[in-house]
Design a protein. Structure first.
Length: 185
């Protein structure tokens, strides 16, 4: 990995964002990606469905987000070719965040790779599990996403950044919930 700064690989381009109504097919699409990743990687510690398509009943970009947790994020020689063999390309490295990102074209799958036990892993699993357990919070998040896509439907960075305050608020609630319930990834 580089010196801690984010490193983009390939062209970023500008693509419009659209949300889709919840689909009963999203879990099956994830399971297909999981099976292909498991075959390519052998036995990684964890492959999880994250992102909005993993939250039942809310609209989402029709993109399956997959979290792959590996024992050594520095071992790109092992996991990059294996993950790319399932039809996605390395797009970004974020060493300071402990995150490596892959996607396909057109966008149907995003694969996020992180270290086992990392903050990146915990935060994404906690956010997903909290929204799954709290439908009202999931609907509030969905409302913010709908407003963001209306306002920033042609700017992925602004779309993502505009959801930030809601995500931060929900993460505070999620941490309180995790402490009350003993939730663990």
């Amino acid at each position: 990995m580089a010196d801690g700064r984010s490193e983009f690989v390939g062209e970023s381009g500008r693509e419009s964002i659209s949300l889709s109504e919840p689909s009963a097919g999203w879990p099956a699409k994830f399971e297909d990606v999981r099976a292909r990743l498991t075959a390519a990687l052998g036995s990684p510690a964890r492959i999880e469905h994250v992102g909005s398509t993993s939250i039942p009943g809310i609209t989402a970009k029709p993109i399956i987000d997959v979290l792959v947790s590996v024992s050594d994020l520095r071992d790109e020689a092992w996991f990059v070719p294996a993950i790319e063999s399932v039809g996605v390309s390395l797009r970004m490295r974020e060493p300071d965040l402990g995150h490596v990102y892959f996607r396909d074209i057109p966008r149907t799958t995003h694969i996020h790779v992180c270290q086992i036990g990392s903050k990146w892993e915990r935060d994404h699993l906690l956010f997903r599990d909290y929204l799954r357990a709290h439908p009202d919070a999931a609907r509030a998040y969905e409302k913010v996403k709908r407003a963001a896509v209306t306002r920033y439907g042609d700017d992925r960075i602004a779309y993502t950044e505009s959801k930030g305050p809601m995500i931060e608020r929900l993460m505070v609630e999620a941490e309180e919930w995790a402490n009350r319930t003993g939730w663990a990834p």
